[in-house]
Design a protein around this ligand. Structure first.
Ligand code: CA
Ligand code: CA
Length: 77
C-alpha cells in the first residue's frame, strides 16, 4: 500500500531524465524501485506493468497512469 505522496516520490526517483514519464529503460535502471511498483500494481515485470497500464500506449508511464494502476490494484491509500 502507498499514499499518493509516496507514489509521487517514487515516480520522481524513477523518472531520471525528469520528462514527466517513466520509460521501460528507466524502470530497468532502478530495479529496486521497480520492484516496489510491481508489488503495488500486482504486476511481475516492467514489461507487464507497461502492457497493462500504459493507457495511451506511448511506451511510457505518466504519474496519472501509475496512480491509476495502483488504484486498480486496490493499493492506493
Ligand atoms: Ca523519464
Ligand atoms: Ca503512457
Amino acid at each position: 500500500m502507498a499514499t499518493e505522496q509516496e507514489l509521487q516520490t517514487l515516480f520522481n526517483q524513477l523518472d531520471r531524465d525528469q520528462d514527466g514519464k517513466v520509460s521501460l529503460s528507466e524502470l530497468f535502471l532502478s530495479s529496486g524501485l521497480s520492484a516496489v511498483i510491481e508489488a503495488e500494481t500486482a504486476t511481475r515485470s516492467p514489461q507487464a506493468l507497461l502492457a497493462q497500464y500504459d493507457a495511451d500506449a506511448d511506451g511510457q508511464l505518466t504519474f496519472a497512469e501509475l496512480k491509476q494502476a495502483v488504484e486498480q490494484a486496490s493499493n492506493l491509500t
